[in-house]
Design a protein around this ligand. Structure first.
Ligand code: BES
Ligand code: MN
Ligand code: ZN
Length: 504
């Protein structure tokens, strides 16, 4: 997608479709409240063209509501599309991100290849550069569709996205923020492309190749190791998951080392990369098992984040690690009751081979620490229990360090992604004590997301660490106006902003 900022006057722009945003500046309170849709631009010709439909009550400017006008009087554009942001008081840059996505997804099936969107002027809750950045992100994210393998697939992607800004805007700041938004949106789409791939196409080896390709393009160091290296590093927990599969595991290590930065924090990003999770010997029911191709979403998030980091160049060192394996039942597969020795030396009693994500992450976290990471963040589609707790609205977050978590919380304000912090605690850690070894890999039914986090805590130890459980959020189950059904790319933007906060 080509992108550009224009400072032309809105009414004079010759285009198939001009898009303007509107919000509901509700009048009156309580039962007397009346919706009052208003355009978020000043151009008098555009306002005149939309005046009748705004007063008619046909369009209420609800979030992502759209209304199309043909041959708008007084405008050079052939059509005018209104996109709602919802109530004015609650409209934020995040509403703009979604509205831009909605605009792009409106255009795609209608064969409109050039999207021209007027950035809201004097906008409510956010400065114009932040608005431009969010719009660029939303447009990129909206342009993604998951139908990769449809033989009659028509390429409906938008060729050009133009954001129109007021002539008096600070052009340098606007341009920089807009370009950033494109990088972020495209990095999120890389994550989504990987998550979307089926297990037969995207094996651990293939995931390693895709990461290496990305790294080569943007000048990141990247090494992809397999079985031998796992044995050499004594990664008994990681290896135990892969041992039942004909597909070899992949340990992907990406490094970002900005010039002139030789001290300060080293961030360790660790992702769960299970390219297919059958459950292993503790096999899953067949209903919905096909979804388990997205069990590598945490790993894909780290690959997308490393891409954005390489392009946005924060002044902080970052190591990205993806632990990729396929969890299969087989004559060589691990069994419940087996005891494995992790890289850190801790022994793990396997209660359920379907609790495999924590096993690969245990060694990934230990390895990140060995490579010098001073701060850790992991992302994983780790537990169904997290989905039970938070639904498909918030992803789960955990941390052993409030200061580190505070930086993540601040990152959420920029990313607009929804995470909810859940507790850790000794009592939960007690639930995964093993009779035969140090810990067991499941803690029973109650508090399953938390005991999983406590399992990881054993391997993060006292290094400041954040754990993100994205099981309920990695896949969008129902299409929304601004994002296709399918892989969401959740956590990429927040991890990126968190990382950037160390290198500002
Ligand atoms: N990959 C699953 C978790 C999952 C569930 C991801 C739903 C996405 C959607 C994970 O490996 C798993 O199987 N977890 C088990 C753990 C249990 C055996 C303690 C679970 O949540 O049931
Ligand atoms: Mn599993
Ligand atoms: Zn899994």
């Amino acid at each position: 997608m080509q992108t550009e900022i224009s400072y032309a006057s809105l009414s004079g722009i010759e285009t198939e479709l001009l898009i303007v945003l509107a919000c509901d500046a509700q009048t009156g309170k309580g039962p007397a409240a009346r919706p009052q849709p208003e355009l978020l631009i000043a151009d008098s010709a555009v306002n005149a063209a939309a005046a009748a439909v705004l007063t008619s009550g046909e369009f209420k400017a609800g979030a992502n509501e759209t209304l199309l006008l043909h041959a708008p009087a007084g405008l050079a554009a052939k059509r005018l599309l209104l996109v709602g942001l919802g109530k004015q008081a609650q409209a934020t840059v995040h509403s703009v991100r979604n509205a831009a996505g909605t605009a792009v997804r409106f255009c795609k099936p209608r064969g409109i290849r050039e999207v021209v969107l007027a950035l809201p002027e004097g906008f409510v809750n956010g400065p114009l550069p932040a608005v431009a950045r969010a719009a660029a992100e939303g447009a990129c994210v909206g342009d993604f569709d998951p139908d990769t393998y449809r033989s009659d697939r028509k390429d409906q992607s938008v060729q050009k996205f133009t954001a129109v800004a007021p002539a008096g805007a600070d052009r340098a700041a606007l341009q920089a923020a807009f370009a950033e938004g494109v990088i972020v949106g495209e990095s999120q789409n890389l994550t989504r492309t990987l998550v979307n791939e089926p297990g037969n196409k995207l094996t651990p080896t293939e995931l390693g190749q895709r990461a290496a390709e990305m790294a080569k393009e943007v000048g990141l160091q990247c090494a992809v190791y397999s079985t031998e290296k796992l044995h050499e590093l004594k990664m008994g927990a990681f290896w135990s998951v892969s041992q039942g599969s004909a597909e070899p595991p992949a340990l992907i290590v990406m490094r970002y080392e900005p010039e002139g930065v030789s001290d300060g924090p080293v961030l360790g990003l660790v992702g769960k990369g299970i390219t297919f999770d059958t459950g292993g010997i503790s096999i899953k029911p067949s209903e919905n098992m096909e979804k388990m191709k997205y069990d590598m979403a945490g790993g894909a998030v780290m690959i997308g984040a490393m891409l954005a980091i390489a392009l946005l160049k924060p002044r902080v060192r970052v190591i990205g690690i993806v632990c990729a394996a396929e969890n299969m039942p087989d004559g060589k597969a691990q069994k419940p009751g087996d005891v494995q020795t992790a890289m850190s030396g801790k022994t793990i009693e396997i209660i359920n081979t379907d609790a495999e994500g924590r096993l690969v992450l245990a060694d990934g976290l230990a390895y990140a620490r060995q490579l010098g990471a001073t701060h850790l963040i992991d992302a994983a589609t780790l537990t169904g229990a997290c989905v039970v707790a938070l639904g498909m609205v918030n992803a789960g977050a955990f941390s052993n360090d409030d200061a580190t978590y505070a930086k993540f919380d601040a990152a959420l304000a920029t990313s607009g992604e929804k995470f909810w912090r859940l507790p850790l605690g000794e009592e939960y850690a007690d639930m995964i004590r093993s009779d035969i070894g140090d810990i067991k890999n499941t803690g029973g039914r109650w508090g399953g997301a938390i005991t999983a986090a406590e399992f990881l805590h054993h391997f993060a130890e006292d290094t400041p660490w954040i754990h993100l459980d994205i099981a309920g959020m990695a896949w969008v189950e129902d299409a929304r106006p601004y994002i296709a059904k399918g892989p969401s790319g959740i956590a990429m933007r927040s991890i990126l902003e968190w990382a950037r906060s160390y290198g500002a």
